[in-house]
Design a protein around this ligand. Structure first.
Ligand code: PMP
Length: 449
């Protein structure tokens, strides 16, 4: 049966859909933080889909709500009203600070960011949209213009013929050049205390100012930032950087957009939203992935003023956005996060996990950096700590594969795929973290031999 699946995949599914492993996993069932294959092997899902399964696979409460809604009403187009959408809008808006109170419901992160771009343009009357180097904001033709992780860069023109989207080379992350597409050696970073480093902050701010004064950003409509870059390998900004960047954008009439697709819903532990960890208040917040625990669903939240600017200029319509199934599921996800104290759990277990993985940095020369916040952790693998060159891809593949063989699934990111990403469901506990660290450690020992 396994070979047959591989054959069908090869014949009938797009070749862009490449599997993570040379022997792809054929999954059968999921229960909370665990996944099961057809042979009954179980895997600790330490990447929760792709940072999507926020409260656990097939969470019983979410499943019960979904089943009930399925038997009642599962689709009406967005031109009809139904109770789940209003219940959800009320619940979600209560979690955002004033004046972020108007919600647009969508189906994916890319769609949400596309809409945020339109809003920024409609509101500012400007055209240029910028994002950071290393950013990931989606794969639609519009958002591809903002996505700038090396391996996602397109060779085709993107931005729907719009020349204004661009990605300045502002931010290269804590390991400097090892994140940067063109230069795999350290180029920018001057000191080693990355996220809290004032020197790095000032340097990046100067570059950001330069970018804002160039022709590509002279008429700035919007600025997108992930509170922590996810796909780029859990890259954090120097403290205070985002706040100053927001101010500079606003001085020039632009709108600031926080892309919370990975960082929202309590994953970072200390706060419900990633932007709160930077002490900033965005004009638009986009969210997806964990919002529906894996059910296709996304949202854009903005101020009444920006929502009006869009409505004046454009009739925006989305057939599936805000459908009863998604809204019922979204509401139950919010309830579970609250009832099971999952944000607090992210904080407690995340802090524990960061410390445990960080110890491996002292033990292994190839563990270059361990960083992150809450349940979003990156482990950057290097050839050695002096050169900071990324560990070759075949070696990364082997470690990744060995973890899977021992029952642990983790993610990857960064331009050279050199950073392992850890982002389990928020229901994870400390013994499971111990298991994950032990498995990862064994894989590193095997690599050494
Ligand atoms: N923004 C961020 C920060 C993401 O990580 C992703 C997906 N990796 C997206 C947007 C796009 O979301 P989707 O794949 O649902 O379109």
């Amino acid at each position: 049966a396994y070979n047959r699946v591989l054959e069908i995949h090869k014949q009938h599914l797009s070749p862009v859909l490449t599997a993570y492993f040379s022997e792809p996993l054929l999954l059968h069932q999921g229960h909370m933080e665990w996944l099961f294959d057809y042979e009954g092997n179980r895997y600790l899902d330490f990447f929760s889909g792709i940072v999507t399964v926020s409260v656990g696979h097939c969470h019983p409460k979410v499943n019960a709500v979904a089943q009930k809604q399925l038997g009642r009403l599962w689709h009406t187009s967005a031109v009809f009203f139904h109770p789940p959408i209003h219940e959800y809008a009320e619940k979600l808006s209560a979690l955002l600070p004033e004046p972020l109170k108007v919600i647009f419901l969508m189906n994916s992160g890319s769609e949400a960011n596309d809409l945020a771009m339109l809003m920024a343009r409609a509101h500012s009357n400007n055209t240029d949209i910028i994002s950071f180097r290393g950013a990931y904001h989606g794969c639609s033709p519009y958002t591809l213009g903002l996505t700038n992780v090396g391996f996602h860069k397109m060779e085709l023109p993107s931005g729907m013929g719009c020349q204004s989207t661009m990605c300045p080379d502002v931010f290269c992350g804590p390991w400097g050049g090892s994140h940067c597409r063109d230069s795999p050696v350290q180029t920018i970073r001057k000191c080693s205390c990355a996220p809290d480093c004032c020197q790095a902050k000032d340097q990046y701010i100067e570059q950001f100012k330069d970018t804002l004064s160039t022709s590509v950003a002279k008429s700035i409509a919007g600025f997108f930032a992930e509170p922590i870059q996810g796909v780029n390998g859990v890259v954090q900004y120097p403290k205070g950087f985002l706040k100053e960047a927001f101010e500079l954008v606003r001085e020039r009439g632009g709108v600031c957009i926080a892309d919370e697709v990975q960082t929202g819903f309590g994953r970072l532990g200390s706060h419900f939203w990633g932007f709160q960890t930077h002490g900033v208040l965005p004009d638009i917040v986009t969210m997806a992935k964990g919002i529906g625990n894996g059910f296709p669903m996304a949202a854009v939240v903005t101020t009444p003023e920006i929502a009006k600017s869009l409505a004046k200029r454009l009739l925006h319509f989305n057939t599936f956005g805000g459908n009863p199934m998604a809204c019922a599921i979204g509401s139950s996800v919010l309830e579970v996060i609250k009832e099971e104290n999952l944000q607090e759990n992210s904080q407690e277990v995340g802090t524990y996990m960061l410390l445990k993985f960080a110890k491996l940095r002292d033990e292994f020369e190839i563990v270059g950096d361990v960083r992150g916040k809450g349940l979003m952790i990156g482990i950057e693998m290097v050839k050695d700590k002096t050169s900071r060159q990324p560990l070759p891809r075949e070696e990364i593949n082997q470690i990744h594969q060995d973890c899977k063989r021992m029952g642990l699934l983790i993610g990857r990111g960064g331009t050279f795929s050199q950073t392992f990403r850890i982002a389990p469901s928020m229901c994870i506990n400390k013994p499971e973290v111990d298991f994950a660290v032990e498995v990862f450690r064994s894989a590193l020992i095997q690599h050494k031999q």
